[in-house]
Write a protein that binds this ligand. Structure first.
Ligand code: KPL
Length: 306
């Protein structure tokens, strides 16, 4: 059996551990210890309580388990690099990493800094935690896996097959950079607005917000063009981006977006990984980004008040 370490026991980390553990040796790594018995609620409503192997970073250092074939980093984007730094003494620098973060911050930095292969994954699997011992797999999705420089196709294929076998449908792709930026574009149009206004995604359709969504998408579409990111669904420019954003808003109308959940829990948001790369790109290409910058400033103020 291959060995997978999962660094960051949040919802996606625990979903991965539950899914992989019947077919691979898995270890969940985090700062705090977790109850050994963990419950998974499947999308079909079935509840399964199973023992999952978990270790704190301190325990890992004193008693490292078998070297991993893959280390999945499933932390929030802002702490991915520091989390990796916490375990680098325990793994070979040739170990393949799999980055599951939102946005486009951790991926280029870790790809540049890590000597071994770095795969990136973007997923639409829906999952949320119900406490220290429970995760709900809210809905089936799809995961795309690839690396930013298309140098590790065979490894990406191996991982995609393993994930699929584990019940998480996955495909190896050669355009993971495009896919990460496309997801970032949608997140940028939805997350800051709902987080700053305390509303569910569907409320963005109201007149009070629709114009603001359009103003964000206008800036984002120009940045995507400059970055060479194709508009979604073979569409054209701003209109195609806006259509995708409205489609996601409708499909997730009842969702409390991840950034709103962070603000409500008084946690740092992923603004640095979502708005940060867009603002940086706009500045590099001499493009307007007043709306994105204003949202970033407002979110920074909100975070400072925590
Ligand atoms: O991915 C999301 C998130 O919450 O981060 C969206 C697409 C906004 C759905 O809620």
């Amino acid at each position: 059996m291959t060995t997978h370490w999962i660094l960051g026991p949040g919802a996606i980390g625990r979903l991965l551990a539950h899914s992989l553990s019947p077919i691979a040796t898995t270890t969940l790594l985090g700062r705090r210890s977790l109850p050994a018995r963990q419950m998974l609620t499947t999308p079909e409503g079935e509840q399964r309580v199973v023992p999952l192997n978990s270790l704190t970073i301190a325990q890992l250092a004193s008693n490292p388990p078998e070297p991993p074939a893959f280390v999945h980093i499933t932390t929030k984007a802002m702490v991915a690099e520091s989390a990796l730094a916490g375990i680098t003494d325990c793994i070979s620098p040739a170990t393949p990493l799999v980055l599951w973060q939102n946005g486009f911050l951790a991926q280029p930095r870790i790809t540049q800094a890590w000597p071994g292969p770095v795969l990136c994954a973007t997923t639409t699997e829906g999952a949320y935690l119900t406490g220290d011992d429970g995760v709900v797999h809210a809905g089936h999705g799809h995961t795309f896996v690839g690396d930013l420089h298309n140098q590790h196709g065979a490894l990406a294929e191996e991982l995609a097959q393993t994930l699929t076998q584990a019940g998480l449908a996955a495909t190896k792709v050669c355009d993971i950079r495009q896919r990460l930026w496309q997801k970032l574009a949608v997140n940028a149009a939805i997350n800051p607005l709902v987080a700053l206004n305390g509303v569910r995604n569907g409320e963005l359709l109201d007149q009070a917000y629709a114009g603001r969504v359009e103003a964000v998408v206008k800036e984002v579409a120009a940045i995507m063009l400059a970055e060479g990111i194709a508009p979604p669904n073979d569409g054209n420019g701003e209109g195609a981006w806006l259509a995708l954003v409205w489609q996601v808003v409708e499909n997730t109308a009842n969702n409390k977006a991840s950034m709103l959940q962070d603000v409500e829990a008084k946690r740092p948001t992923e603004r640095g990984a979502i708005l940060g790369p867009l603002i940086e790109s706009a500045q590099r290409h001499g493009l307007a980004c007043e709306v994105l910058q204003a949202q970033d400033n407002e979110l920074a103020e909100v975070e400072a008040s925590f």
